[in-house]
Design a protein around this ligand. Structure first.
Ligand code: TGC
Ligand code: FAD
Length: 385
């Protein structure tokens, strides 16, 4: 019996998906896990790790062509799970690169955008970021103020974006802006005059990840910089579907890691003359965590299958993101309690995961946004505003 896979959900994966999971797990445990608490403590993540992730084929993993691995969506999910078992910041790096920036270029870009950026992004030689949120437009991105105006054939972009993962390490930013014909997406090389990125400090969560504010001050772009065929929020939201899908798998990894650590600790730590695991109250915590982890894993596999058969809906992705992140956060908090005082340090992973999951519950749509999305699907009534 595998304590972190009580219902044997991994049996539902193909041999290839399991093999991909194993190789990501081996790589992450050997190359990333030994450093992650230091990165978290120092509030950074070395950009060089992107090349290692690229070599493994994890960047733009389920995209076709341009040096991308073209795996199943389920295999991509399994990779997210193994990365987030180490730290949510690692999965974030891969999500933003592959599901947001590369997906946007692959799906909405021109052939010229794809040729120019995707091969370098797949190897990790170029990093991308995705600028949708603004200081005054988070859950309601339709109220963004960043705008693009025509000047002859060129576009001139002005505005700012807030909370942008990978912002200071990116070579290319996908920036969403208001135009005369609705919200449109722009491919912005970050060395464009007028483009600046400032790192956001003092974070208590997702510290092994770079988060930035972008400012665009009369950034002049050629007419070819715009995504030609998409207008309105469905452009960015189609990319969010991809990233939210990766998150619902990633949350399973963080939750498994917390359960694993709590179980090990409870068997070793003795109080009142016996291991913590020998108390009924501890066993209840372990059983509750195991149930939450197993349910989240099954949810992920089912949504993976729906995505691989092109049957998944945005509301089902909302369900998975909300349910799995909520469960993972609950598991992390319980695991933290099992470890007592030891649980608050970086010598263990539980509080790092717990703090990270606070961000994961917020970005890519808060719990409230996904609740309203499910509510709308059930009732037919939209109550976002
Ligand atoms: P609403 O009127 O519902 O929709 C506007 C248009 O968008 C379409 N749409 C979608 N299309 C594709 N996928 C989806 N999931 C979609 N949801 C909506 C919709 O059909 C409509 O199209 P059309 O053709 O009629 O114009 O929008 P609203 O203004 O009422 O707002 C609601 C909404 C959907 C924006 C809100 O529920 C929401 O999702 N807010 C959350 C915003 C968000 O998730 N931001 C994430 C920013 S990126 C990020 O966090 C990256 S973290 C990266 C990391 O480090 O991992
Ligand atoms: P707000 O929208 O101000 O919401 C605050 C609270 O009010 C939330 O609880 C929310 O659910 C609630 N609320 C809002 N509206 C309603 C309503 N109608 N009904 C009920 N409750 C409501 N964005 C990007 O574009 N790119 C990135 O790469 C990116 N990376 C991020 C990295 C980190 C570390 C973080 C923390 C955020 C990142 N984000 C990114 C931004 C993220 O997507 C937003 O923080 C998120 O969408 C929520 O927006 P907000 O923080 O402005 O909260």
């Amino acid at each position: 019996m595998d304590p972190v896979d009580f219902l044997q959900s991994d049996d539902l994966l193909s041999d290839e998906e399991r093999a991909i999971g194993q190789s990501v797990r081996d790589y992450a445990r050997a190359e990333l896990a030994p450093h992650v608490s230091d990165w978290y403590e120092s509030g950074t993540i070395p950009v060089e790790i992107a090349r290692g992730l690229g070599k493994l084929g994890l960047l733009g993993m389920h995209l076709e062509g341009y040096g991308c691995a073209n795996t199943t969506a389920t295999a991509y999910g399994v990779a997210c799970r193994e990365l987030e078992a180490i730290d949510s910041g690692l999965r974030s790096l891969v999500s933003v690169q592959g599901s947001l920036a590369m997906f946007a270029i692959h799906h909405w870009g021109t052939e010229q955008h794809r040729q120019e950026w995707l091969p370098r992004m797949a190897t990790g030689d170029a990093i991308g970021c995705f600028g949708l949120t603004e200081a005054d437009a988070g859950s309601d991105p339709g109220s963004m103020r960043t705008h693009a105006k025509r000047d002859g054939d060129d576009w001139i972009l002005n505005g700012s974006k807030m909370w942008i993962t990978n912002g200071t390490i990116a070579s290319v930013a996908i920036v969403w802006a208001q135009t005369d014909t609705g919200i449109r997406g722009f491919v912005v090389p970050t060395d464009s005059p007028g483009f600046k990125a400032h790192e956001i400090g003092r974070k208590l969560s997702l510290r092994a990840s770079v988060t930035a504010e972008l400012s665009l001050d009369d950034v002049r772009l050629p007419s070819s910089a715009v995504f030609p065929d998409v207008r309105g929020l469905k452009g960015p939201l189609s990319c969010l579907n991809e990233a939210r899908y990766g998150i619902l798998w990633g949350a399973v990894g963080a939750a498994r890691a917390c359960l694993c650590e709590a179980l090990e600790y409870s068997l070793l730590r003795t109080q009142f003359g016996k291991p913590l695991a020998a108390f009924q109250l501890t066993q209840r915590k372990l059983a509750d965590m195991s149930i939450a982890v197993a349910n989240a894993a099954l949810t992920a596999v089912q949504l993976g299958r729906l995505k691989d058969t092109h049957c998944i809906t945005p509301e089902q992705i909302s369900h998975g993101k909300l349910a799995n992140v909520r469960s993972a956060l609950e598991v992390a908090r319980t695991a933290r309690a099992v470890l007592g005082a030891a649980g608050i340090t970086l010598d263990h992973s539980v509080m790092r995961h717990m703090n990270n999951l606070e961000t994961v519950a917020t970005y890519e749509g808060t719990e409230e946004m996904h609740t309203l999305s499910i509510g709308r699907a059930l009732t037919g009534i939209a109550v976002f505003r």
